[in-house]
Design a protein. Sequence first.
Length: 377
Amino acid sequence: MQKLFKFKSFILVVFVVVCTFLGRTISTFSISERNIVLMIGIDYTGTDYAVTTQVVSPSSGQGAESASSDNFATITTKAPTVAQALEDIGGKIGRTLSLAHCNIIVLSKNALLSNPDSYLNNLITSWLLPINAVIVAVDDKPENVMKLKVPSSENIAFYLQTLMLTEKKSLLTKTHINTFLTDFASKSKTTTLPICVPTEIDDESVLSSQSGTGKYATIDLKTNFAVSKDGTVMLLDEKTTQITNLLRTKIKEAYLNVQYDDYNVEYQIVKSDTKMKYENNSVTAKFKAEIALVEIENKTFSEFLLSKEFKDKFMSELKKDLTEKMNDVFELSKTTKSDFLMLRNLAWQSEGLNYNPDAFWENLTFNPQIELSLVKS
């Protein structure tokens, strides 16, 4: 026993010595030799990938978050692969690129149709891209969005991070890389991405300390692309996106509007949860939410707006409205066979080897069950 202990101790000492020696001989890059990529955009031209990186140089000793806007650079190059394009950008700026701090990826519609799971996996394994980075889509070239300026932030990458990486789950779609890849590999083979739609600001009175090229703009992320692995991309309008997110995720602090008789009512979903189940070729969606009234617009104010009768009637009408909208979204998914509600996954979980993807949509029905309660905001 004592000999075994001595042998294990000897092996441990040898291991520590070898690791210490090798650790001192492995060459590493200093942080001052790297350019930190804050944001990457990918487009596909049909023959090449057009890759745009927004980088910041920490050579002045500043971190990425404290760097001046003068230190940011947005660079675009084309190459047969995304990896080669990144290597070319590193060669142009004379430094190695680091994607370890990149939290935003912008993909064009063409890039979404060109095996996105393949090059995203490569960026994770070979370039250390974080798997919790958020993906947004554009209907144009990513570089056009990445060069814009927003009045509320020094840098558009930080602006999008503020919108997309907050803890609270509003109706804004937030798709991380790991979610994207998981959805693509699932039976549904479909995921949803927010579309980044810029609106230029013409008002010259906008005050900002930011310098550089580009126009001021605000960013709208209310519409989505439903992207399928079979090579299709479908546009989901704002209302479809909202209902899709109500069915797929838990929601906190989401604000919506509904027209009820002569009233335009803004209400808040304080919190919600949806449980979906597939059985006998039918999907049941049990939606439960706490609702708070925020504002009621009407030409003439009446005490009726504050009465229990009004509130009960409104909640009844809201239930009908949500039921109708959920059925409409299901019918859109069924008729287009774009599984952005992830229903094939439910069928596979329920039926296992008996699941038949070819006959899945034929007689599929949908049954939303809605339970609402009125609370204070």
